[in-house]
Design a protein around this ligand. Structure first.
Ligand code: UT7
Length: 317
């Protein structure tokens, strides 16, 4: 597999920490110190499927392809207005593509899970060009009365077009069932027969536990992949880490012992946009002219589940 195009799209409504201070018992100082986040983009008038389509179109253009060239669409999404059809079906229609599509939910690690699936399809010659779209609106999962969660997230979309190649050097996925640490349960329709207790609540997160798991598992994943490929941190141009929290990013960077410049971040501008964070940050690096052919990149993400995913790729463009 190799990545041949990237794209991203963010909502227009920027919500600063100061704006949150007006209706929450919080301060810019607390949020900045604990998370590094200064503002997040939140859906107001946009539809998630339109943002996803915008990111996908940009990735196709960057790859020099059109929707007709795509053989499969994988969409990573945790929540959106439609339970059915899948978001990927809606995106397919908006793009004017004709290929099969599938949604996956591996929470914030979704981009790596999607790359793993894409690699398998390419290996089996079941597709030539695959579009991965990560589109997320976690702002609709949190209670905006809960200062512990709503300050952390933002909405957005990131996309990548992948095709056959041997630039995916190593990939690792893990899942450890820990549903009580980070979850969101939404209301289903009532029936005359339901006779059990049901729980409907906005996103619940045991922040400290997630923090510890995130740091130790990302460190472990990256170390395993480096050992597996015989590479060292010096061989890696950028460590593209999940953008959940600046303190988590810094803790992983300290473990790796690498300079700040090699661990890019945009969490301060977008907050945690779940699985869209990695492709959106990759798109920023790509469009900012920061990537050269042959550069090796590490990706690492973690999320509800608990899921983790990490991989090493060589930049092919
Ligand atoms: O994709 C996965 C997504 N999740 C994450 O990556 C989150 C990982 N966890 C974290 O980043 C951190 O645990 C948080 C940023 C969520 C919280 O930081 P913390 O240092 O673990 O704080 P805490 O949850 O232990 O809370 C400390 C205090 C509490 O007050 P008391 O009980 O000590 O009086 C909270 O009520 O901070 C309070 N607090 C706030 N205060 C001001 C929690 N949220 C806020 C807030 N403003 N927004």
């Amino acid at each position: 597999m190799k990545i041949i195009g990237t794209g991203s799209a963010h909502p227009k409504c920027a919500v600063s920490n100061e704006m949150l201070e007006k209706f929450l018992e919080t301060t810019d100082e607390w949020i900045t110190e604990r998370t590094g986040i200064k503002e997040r983009r939140v859906i107001s008038t946009e539809k998630l499927e339109d943002m996803a389509t915008e990111a996908a179109n940009k990735a196709l253009e960057d790859a020099g392809l059109t929707a007709a060239d795509i053989d499969y669409i994988i969409c990573s999404n945790v929540v959106n207005e439609y339970v059915t059809p899948a978001l990927s079906c809606i995106i397919q229609g908006k793009l004017g593509a004709k290929c099969p599509t599938l949604d996956i939910n591996a929470a914030c690690a979704g981009f790596i899970y999607a790359m793993d699936m894409a690699e398998d399809k390419l290996k089996c010659n079941k597709a030539k060009n695959i579009l991965i779209v990560c589109a997320e609106e976690p702002s609709r999962m949190v209670s905006w009365k809960n200062r512990s969660t709503c300050v952390l997230f933002g909405d957005g979309a990131g996309a990548a077009v992948v095709t056959a190649g041997d630039e995916l050097k190593a990939i690792r996925l893990t899942t450890e069932s820990m549903a009580d640490v980070l979850y969101y349960q939404r209301k289903l329709e009532p029936t005359p027969y339901i006779d059990k207790e049901e729980n409907f609540e906005p996103l619940v997160m045991r922040g400290r536990e997630v923090f510890k798991h995130a740091v130790s598992n990302s460190n472990k994943d990256i170390k395993i992949l480096l050992d597996e490929t015989g590479l060292t941190t010096d061989d890696i141009k950028y460590f593209v880490l999940h953008q959940a929290n600046r303190r988590i990013i810094d803790a992983i960077r300290n473990f790796l012992g690498v300079e700040e410049e090699r661990v890019p971040h945009n969490v301060e501008r977008y907050g945690n946009i779940s699985s869209a964070a990695l492709p959106a940050l990759l798109d920023e690096l790509n469009r900012g002219g920061k990537l050269q052919k042959g550069d090796k990149l590490v990706f690492s993400a973690f999320g509800a589940g608990f899921t983790t995913g990490a991989c090493i790729i060589e930049w092919a463009k």
